[in-house]
Design a protein around this ligand. Sequence first.
Ligand SMILES: [Zn+2]
Length: 132
Amino acid sequence: MTSVDKKNNLDVRATCLNCIDGRVQFPALHWIREQYHTDFVDVITAAGIDGVLASQDNIGEIIRSINISINVNKSIRIFVVGHYDCRANLVDENTHREHITKSVKRLKKHWPELEIIGLWVNSQWQVEVWCK
Ligand SMILES: [Zn+2]
C-alpha cells in the first residue's frame, strides 16, 4: 500500500482469481481488503483456478474478465488464490504452490507492469502470501 494507490481519490480496486469454493471467498476478500486497503475486489472464479491457469491452454474467458477489471474498473493488482482441500484441483499442497507460481508468471506476461500476487489459503482458512 502506497499513497500512489489513492491517486486522484479513486477507490482502490483489486482483482481476485479464486476457486469457486464458498469456504475461501470471505477469507480471501477480507484479507485483500485489510492488507491492501482495497475498497472493491472484482472476483473471477473457476473451479480450481490455480490448476486452470497453470495448465489449461484456453483461458480466454478469464483473460477477458481480467481485462474488464483492469481497463474499465481500474484494478491495480491481481491476486491468484489456491487453497487447502480443493476438490476441483486434486493435487497436494506443494503442487498447488507450483500451480500458483505458474499462474502468476503466466499472467505477468499479459500484464508485466501490474502487481500480481499468489496467495495460499491454508487448513485454518488463513491467507498466506506465497509469491509475487
Ligand atoms: Zn477449490
